[in-house]
Write a protein that binds this ligand. Sequence first.
Ligand code: IPE
Ligand code: IPE
Ligand code: MG
Length: 249
Amino acid sequence: MEIKAEEIKQCANKPRHVAIILDGNGRWAKKRGLPRTMGHNEGVKNVKEIVTASAEAGIRYLTIYAFSKQNWSRPSDEVGTIMSLLNATARKEINELHRNNVCLRIIGDKNDLPAEARKILENGEALTRDNTLLTLIVALSYSSRDEILRAVRSLAEDSRKGITDPGQIDETLFESRLDTAGIPDPDLVIRTSGEFRISNYLLWQSAYAEFFFAKELWPDFHRQEYYRALLDYTKRERRFGKTSEQVTP
Ligand code: IPE
Ligand code: IPE
Ligand code: MG
C-alpha cells in the first residue's frame, strides 16, 4: 500500500530530525556497467526527491552525509567529479530551496572545500538562514571525530585565555561548539545499501537516535522506501534509559 506524505505528517511521534547516510552510489553504477560517477549523478537526483518528501511529510530537520573527510582518499578523478557535481548542484538548487522556504546548513570542515564551492554554499546559508519549513543540513568533508576535536580545541583555547573555566564545561557548552550547534539531535539515522556501520557520522549527536538500515542502494531508496522507514520509527518506544512503564504510564 502506498504511504502518503499526509499520513506521516499527521503522526504526532514522527521524527523531528532524520539523518541519512546515503550509501551505495558506486555499487548502483557498477551493477549497470556504468562509471561510479554516474551513480553519484543519480544519487543527487534522489537527494532532491527525499528533500521534497521530507518537507511534505512535515520533517523539520534533514541531515545528509554527502562526503566524508575520509572520502578525500578516493581516486582523484572520483573526488573531482563529486566536487564538480557539488558545485553545479549548489548553483542550480539553492534558489529553489529558498523559494521553498528551506534553510540550508553545511556541517564539516569547510576549509577543505574548493574555494568556489565554499563561497556558493556560504552564500546559500546566508540567503536561506531565516527559512522555516525544513532545515537541510549537508555534511561535507565531515568527520564526527574531527568535529569533536575542533570543539575540544576551541574550548581548550578559551580555557587557556581564562574565558572558560574547565570545570564549567558541560554538555550544553560543548554542543554549542559543534558544527550542529542549535540543531536538535537526530531522532532517526537511516543508512542505505545494506551496510551496518556509522562511518564517523554524528557520533555525539546520535547517542539516543533510532537506527534504520535499508537494503536498497541510495539511488533506489525512493519516497516509498523512505516513508516506510519513517513509519517504522513511529512504532518504536524510545526510553532514554528509563523503564517502559515510565515512558508509557
Ligand atoms: C555514497 O556512495 C556517496 C559517497 C560516499 C560520496 P558510495 O560512493 O560510497 O557508493 P558505494 O558504497 O561505493 O557503492
Ligand atoms: C559514508 O559512506 C560517507 C558518506 C555517505 C558520504 P562511505 O561509503 O564512505 O563509508 P564506508 O567506507 O563504507 O564506511
Ligand atoms: Mg560507500
